[in-house]
Design a protein around this ligand. Structure first.
Ligand code: IPE
Ligand code: IPE
Ligand code: MG
Length: 245
């Protein structure tokens, strides 16, 4: 599969909804947390796969605003896992020249979690390869609400005029302001929905759904999604004939 990838038309930004950890564990007669623990290998694989290919940005949906309503045990276990994993992965991030980033309501995470995350972001800031962006306590509507508040404040203060509100200005007030929009979204576990992920940014993203449960996701699956993406014609509202001329 890897040989079928055209490196000249690689997506610059891949977004992933890592889904199916709970079902993966349940199929094995284990607790849901077991699935979350086994998700880490898949994260490593896809981050390494993207870094090796030369993908510039990888955004992983790790915890949504809505996930706070899961049972407290599961939420706590996920936060604990996050704290431990981030610190452990720093050497690997350096080895792969990967820079860590985050989007979402980071202040809403447990203090220790937010601190470890900020430390890892600072420590890897000068790496120049892949940007690995974790979406944590993130949702698209929350992000848009925050952007609207920030813009409204600027208008109230006279720093921005209403007629100056443009698509670019809105994009510049999102957490993803330093990244291009994702060209490809991958969602695992057979669910075919967006679940409040990058709503603004995915206006023209190509969607790829796979039945594979996230803990089973490996580089080959990543390559398969990229090859599929490269066969598509992205028209952005134009006709096929226009694109060919
Ligand atoms: C994705 O797996 C991980 C998170 C949402 C944190 P799930 O925990 O949603 O697994 P399923 O969908 O219940 O199988
Ligand atoms: C989406 O998965 C969020 C993450 C992967 C972090 P969910 O499992 O929470 O989504 P729904 O509830 O099935 O839509
Ligand atoms: Mg799920």
């Amino acid at each position: 599969m890897k040989e079928s990838i055209n490196l000249d038309t690689l997506p610059q930004h891949i977004a992933v909804i890592m889904d199916g950890n709970g079902r993966w564990a349940e199929q094995k007669g284990a607790m849901r947390v077991f699935g979350h623990r086994n998700a880490i290998k898949a994260v490593r694989e896809i981050a390494e796969g993207c870094a090796e290919l030369g993908v510039k940005y990888l955004t992983l949906y790790a915890f949504s605003t809505e996930n706070w309503s899961r049972p407290a045990d599961e939420v706590n276990a996920l936060m604990e896992l996050l704290v431990n994993t981030i610190a452990d992965e720093i050497p690997t991030l350096h080895k792969n020249n990967t820079r860590l980033a985050a989007i979402g309501d980071i202040d809403s995470l447990p203090t220790k979690c937010a601190q470890k995350l900020r430390d890892a972001i600072t420590e890897t800031a000068t790496n120049t390869g892949l940007t690995l962006c974790l979406a944590l306590s993130y949702s698209g509507r929350w992000e848009l609400k925050e952007a609207m508040k920030a813009i409204a404040d600027k208008v109230a203060q006279g720093a921005v005029k209403t007629e100056e509100i443009s698509l670019e200005l809105i994009s510049a007030h999102l957490h993803t302001k330093d990244m291009p929009d994702p060209e490809l979204l991958i969602r695992t576990s057979g669910e075919m929905r967006i679940s409040n992920f990058l709503l603004w940014q995915m206006a023209y993203t190509e969607l790829f759904f796979t039945e594979v449960l996230w803990p089973d996701f490996r580089k080959e699956h990543l390559y398969e999604a990229i090859v599929d993406f490269q066969k598509r014609e992205r028209r952005f509202g134009k006709t096929s004939a226009q694109l060919k001329s």
